[in-house]
Design a protein around this ligand. Structure first.
Ligand code: RIB
Ligand code: NA
Length: 328
């Protein structure tokens, strides 16, 4: 009776250039290094769930992690499928589309700060339509559904509705940020955002999130729309959470990890989501089993924060996500 997590989302091949500084308009730069590696927010979050569910030495994840999405019929697509499989993610619901290309992310990482700039070309990810939600009956077998916004909005909206109708928990990480249809919030058990996403979705200025009062105000707005657990990752300021699970409101700010040398932030948000999701789905399972386990959101945020701090110290996306024994 192991928990089942499904990620409906994107798979990208990341083309990553490491540069001394970001190029100015009209400037041509020489990269200090370049690599092609597996990415895509959906696939990264699937890999994060799988890797963080167990120590490297154990071959099978302690949660069943499955990915729904699409790649093209090119070698990049094969590479991404292989990457899921080697980490123990069930890839049987990732469709290989004929005559299409696999999604691409062009990533430039600045050496000094480890900060990235990303341009995405969705390709096969654009073809993940609403039919992916119902085909194969996977939703019936899912405890927690995780999504991002690198597949069409219509698909995400449909999936939230179908999940709600079946009592499946949904975690949405609305990246890249776009305004959501109002009705979506009622179907969200967990909303995990960064500052930019919080501002765009909430229709506020980013600086409103500079204070604890501002964070509470914005967080409460999402709770009033129907979200149960609101989490905002704030980089160096830590992670804010606001919850009304079990009827009573609880909030907190978990501090950022100290002494972290940032090499490449790519994949940090995905790592956070994956680690958090493992705790969330376990709490749900315990609840079902009548053990009455309340979700310890503070603990979940703490553990997720710690895992993400490892990811920023390593190059790449999926490859930089730690195994469980590398965090604990
Ligand atoms: O979150 C990081 C990911 O965003 C990268 O792997 C890239 O593919 C983009 O989707
Ligand atoms: Na990284």
């Amino acid at each position: 009776n192991i928990p089942r997590i499904t990620i409906l989302g994107s798979l990208n091949t990341d083309l990553v250039a490491y540069v001394p500084h970001h190029p100015l308009p009209g400037e041509t730069l020489t990269a200090t290094s370049f690599m092609t590696s597996p990415g895509g927010k959906g696939a990264n979050q699937a890999v994060a769930c799988a890797k963080l569910s167990r120590p490297r030495s154990l071959s099978s994840p302690s949660a069943h992690v499955s990915m729904v999405g699409a790649v093209g019929s090119d070698s990049n697509g094969d590479m991404l499928l292989h990457n899921l499989q080697t980490h123990g993610v069930d890839s049987s619901l990732v469709t290989k589309l004929p005559n299409q290309k696999t999604g691409i992310a062009m990533i430039v990482v600045e050496a000094e700060t480890g900060q990235n700039r990303i341009i995405i070309s969705g390709e096969a990810n654009h073809s993940v339509g609403e039919e992916y939600v119902t085909a194969g009956g996977w939703l019936e077998k899912t405890d927690l559904l995780i999504m991002q916004l690198e597949v069409p909005m219509g698909t995400v909206v449909r999936a939230v509705g179908e999940a709600k109708a079946r009592g499946v928990d949904v975690l949405l990480n609305p990246a890249p940020a776009r305004v959501l249809p109002e009705g979506v919030y009622r179907g969200l058990k967990h909303l995990v955002v960064n500052e930019t996403e919080a501002a765009i979705l909430g229709g506020v200025e980013e600086r409103e999130l500079d204070t604890m009062e501002g964070l509470e105000r914005v967080g409460r707005m999402f709770l009033e729309k129907g979200v149960e657990n609101f989490i905002a990752t704030l980089g160096g300021r830590g992670v804010f959470y606001l919850t009304r699970e079990g009827g009573e409101e609880k909030r907190g700010l978990v501090e950022a990890e100290r002494g972290v040398r940032v090499v490449d932030t790519t994949g940090a948000g995905d790592t956070f989501v994956g680690r958090y999701a493992l705790d969330a789905v376990r709490a749900r399972k315990e609840g079902e089993g009548g053990e009455g386990g309340r979700f310890d959101i503070e603990g979940a945020v703490r553990r997720a924060n710690k895992a993400a701090a490892v990811t920023v110290q390593r190059e790449g996306a999926a490859a930089s996500i730690p195994w469980r024994d590398e965090v604990e």
